[in-house]
Design a protein around this ligand. Sequence first.
Ligand code: TPP
Length: 289
Amino acid sequence: MATVEELGVKQRVQWCPGCGNMGVLAALKGALAELGLNRHETVIVSGIGCSGKMPHYLGTYGFESLHGRSLPVASAIKLANTGLTVIAEGGDGDGYGIGVQHFVHIMRRNYDLTYIVHDNQVYGLTTGQAAPTALLGMKTKTTPWGVVETPFNPISTAINGGATYVARGFAGDIPHLKELIKGAITHKGFALVDVLQPCVTFNYLNTYQWFQERVYKLEAAGHDPKDRAAAMEKAMEDSKSDYKKVPIGLFYKEERPTYEETLPQIKDTPLVKHDISNVDISTAYEDLE
Ligand SMILES: Cc1ncc(C[n+]2csc(CCOP(=O)(O)OP(=O)(O)O)c2C)c(N)n1
C-alpha cells in the first residue's frame, strides 16, 4: 500500500503550469492511494505525447511505449501476469488517432484494463495540431480556417464497441475524476475514462472556463449507467446541444467475462506461473513441415 506522497517521484514535472495533465496525475495518485494498491503490483503504460510522461511522475512500475501503442503493451502485460493492476493512458491523438485500431479491438475483448485518455483536443507535444476530438471550426496550426471534420466521439464509440465501463471526467474537478478512476480500476473488464482537459498553451477554445460553464454530472441528473440506450443518448448530448451541455460521470457499466478469464491457456494459471522447465519445443514445428 502506498500513500500519495510515496506515489510521487523526485523528477521535476515538465508540463506547462496549469496543464490539465496535473489534475489527472493528482486524481490518479489519490485513486491508487485510496484503493490501497501496492506499487510493485501496479503498472502505468503510456503512449507518446505530453500525457505520455505520466509514468515518469509515478512511483509505480511504468512503461512509456510508442505513439498509439499503449494498449497493445498494456494488454500484453496483463496477459502475462493477470495479478497486476494495469493502467494504460495517453492523449486523444495517441488513442483516438494513430492508435484507434487497438482501442476498438481491446474493447471487443474486454481485457481487465483501465484506459485513461487525456482528451485536450490537440496534439500537445508536437505544438498544437488538431486532434480527432477537436471541435468543428476550431482554429489550430493545421486548421487555420477551422476544423471541418466531425469530431470523434469516444464515449459512443466505447459503448457501441463493447467497453464495459465508460466514463468521462474533467481535469478541473479532481475529486470527481478520482472517484471515476477508482471505479474504473475496481471494475473487472475494460474501463475507459476519457478526461476533458485544457491544453493551456495550444487550445484557445476549450479552456477551464469553457468546460466549467458546460459540464454537469450524470449522477446528479439521475442517469442509470446500466441503461445502454440512455447511455448512448447521453453520449451524444454534447454534439446535439451544440456543446452547450457536456455530461461527465459514469455513462455505462456492465458485467461481462474478461478475455483473460475465457482464454483456456491462462484462465487458471497466469503465463508467468506456467512451468516451462520441462517443455520440449524440439518437435514444435514438425506439423508445419
Ligand atoms: C509513429 C509516430 N508518429 C508521430 C509521432 C510524433 N508525435 C509525438 S507526440 C504526437 C502527438 C501527441 O498528441 P496526443 O496524443 O494528443 O498527446 P498530448 O501531447 O496532447 O498529450 C505526435 C504526432 C511519433 N512520436 N511517432
